[in-house]
Design a protein. Structure first.
Length: 538
């Protein structure tokens, strides 16, 4: 089969010289192919968010149960990321990329036909396993095909597909749900995936590492156990079924498993001949510092950002589609800005764009800390416009710096680690800021409740008006109307406390992102002269 495909590709290359690796257009065709696959993989991680209510109704499950549609995908996604380097080196980069894309498309196709909730989870695992290999191997293919002086702009375009889909996912999912059904959020991947598969088979050339190493099963199992237990603990710490909270036996057991597994993983990686992840990667100063920045970035960005759609829908009454459309300009501005940031990092310094980007991103969270029930659309959209520009300045230059000292044969492992660390940071952020949100909501509810004076003229007048309103709308006795009036006041206090707590979390997230700027000043960034040669370290 492989020889038939190879001969078929050779025939096509003879007909179209642009597909020959020596042609100037070849590397850009490879980039376009990887961008198609990357867009789908990242899109599917966000597009399902707006479909959760429909899935709950279709399968008759609760909120705590339906969340596993997201958790299962992210769990297997995180588990497969670190092992992508071995698969790419052992099987070949093209073969691994094609296989992972096939698994993702197959999982999407099967998910649209899921007949019960448990089967849907199984199919989502197939999807996530494909996506977990797809992203780092695709990034490694790009970095291998582009020379160092052009990697910045190449990764800038690549980050358009990966980051813009995060913004476009809720809007696309909302439109599909409103006009069709939840099945279509999986169906949409199939035709695009088939095009991506055909392009990958025809365009991308094969590369396999000369070093054939044994698979580190102990490292893989221990790392899988660590990530699975950690994400389980973080995702279920605030679940409604977990009445004991972070001190419950389930949560503490998962943290214990995560700790023991992490210790076993490090012992294994420093003792075996062929580790799953070569810890020598962290000898690179730029790689280590960049991952610290990405972890803090994930902590602040993803930890605070998940609250914005909740605020828009619960506090301002947006529909899922309306809430999704709010994020569309972010993806557009990111797409415009990212290639320019990559070009700037290639020509000058790769440190400057992410420093500016993180500063602007911090500013947007500060602006969001003033949101209320009466916030106008402009107050919401202006920070999002700034956010789109900011995110376009961050990803490609920071990735370029991170891999600037990494050998080509370690690219898949390095890119996998970059994604894992950012993902773990985001998981920590969601868990930590979720807990803070609950605490701040209780705090503000207590403060507002203590300020209510039942005997004051204002309180009596408000109760009288609300009681009259309740009588006219729902009927009942005066006593029932008075109870409903007090309930309305209590509801208002609770909603106001929630909004104030959201503002507190946004402010804390902004401060966290400010902290992530500090390590950037210590990075060693190379400047590129006009002739493409590297200049001295700045």
């Amino acid at each position: 089969m492989a020889s038939v495909l190879s001969k078929g590709r050779q025939y096509i290359v003879n007909r179209f010289p642009q597909l020959h690796p020596s042609h100037e257009s070849y590397r850009w065709l490879v980039l376009a192919t990887v961008m198609i696959a990357t867009f789908m993989a990242v899109l599917d991680a966000t597009i399902t968010n707006v479909a959760l209510p429909n899935l709950m109704a279709s399968f008759g499950v609760s909120v705590d149960t339906v969340e596993w549609i997201l958790t299962a995908y992210l769990l297997i996604f995180s588990v497969m990321l670190p092992s992508s380097g071995w698969f790419a080196d052992h099987w070949g980069y093209k073969r691994t990329f094609v296989l992972s894309l096939f698994l993702f498309v197959l999982g999407s196709f099967l998910s649209s036909f899921a007949w019960n909730f448990q089967i849907l989870i199984v199919f989502r695992v197939i999807q996530g396993s494909g996506a977990g290999l797809l992203l780092p191997v695709g990034m490694a293919i790009i970095t291998r095909e582009f020379p160092p002086e052009k990697r910045g702009i190449a990764l800038g375009f690549w980050s358009v597909s990966s980051s813009a889909s995060v913004s476009l996912g809720p809007a696309i999912g909302g439109w599909l749900i409103d006009n069709y059904s939840w099945h279509t959020i999986f169906d949409v991947n199939v035709p695009i995936g088939i095009v991506g598969l055909a392009a990958a088979i025809i365009i991308v050339r094969e590369h396999r590492s000369a070093d054939s190493r044994a698979f580190d099963f102990i490292g893989f199992i221990s790392l899988s156990a660590f990530l699975t237990a950690l994400l389980l603990a973080l995702s279920d710490g605030n679940s409604s079924w977990n009445t004991e909270g972070w001190t419950s036996t389930f949560i503490l057991t998962n943290f214990a498993i995560a700790f023991v597994s992490l210790v076993v993983f490090f012992i294994t990686e420093f003792s075996v001949k062929h580790p799953l992840i070569e810890m020598d990667l962290f000898k690179s100063f730029n790689f280590t510092v960049s991952n610290i920045v990405l972890f803090i970035f994930g902590l602040g960005m993803f930890g605070g950002n998940f609250l914005l759609p909740i605020y828009l829908q619960n506090s301002l009454g947006y529909t899922p589609l309306q809430a999704g459309l709010v994020f569309v300009p972010v993806g557009i501005l990111l797409g415009v800005t990212s290639p320019f940031a990559g070009y700037f990092s290639d020509k000058y310094s790769a440190k400057i764009p992410p420093i500016i980007g993180l500063a602007l991103l911090s500013l947007t969270f500060y602006q969001f800390s003033f949101l209320s029930f009466f916030s106008e659309k402009a107050q919401i959209m202006l920070p999002l416009y700034i956010r789109g520009v900011a995110m376009g300045l961050i990803f490609s230059p920071l990735t370029t710096i991170a891999i600037s000292e990494i050998a080509n044969r370690k690219m898949a492992q390095a890119s996998g680690l970059i994604n894992v660390i950012r993902q773990v940071g985001g998981s920590f952020g969601v868990a930590i800021f979720g807990a803070i949100l609950t605490q701040r909501t209780i705090f503000h509810s207590t403060i507002y409740g203590s300020q209510l004076q039942p005997n004051s003229e204002a309180f009596v007048a408000t109760i009288t008006r609300l009681r009259y309103f309740a009588e006219r709308v729902s009927g009942g006795t005066m006593t029932q109307a008075a109870e409903k009036a007090r309930g309305l006041i209590g509801m208002f206090v609770g909603n106001e406390a929630f909004v104030q707590a959201v503002d507190d979390v946004f402010l804390l997230a902004g401060l966290t992102l400010v902290v992530s700027i500090i390590p950037l000043f210590f990075l060693r960034s190379r400047k590129h002269k006009g002739d493409g040669k590297l200049a001295a370290m700045d």
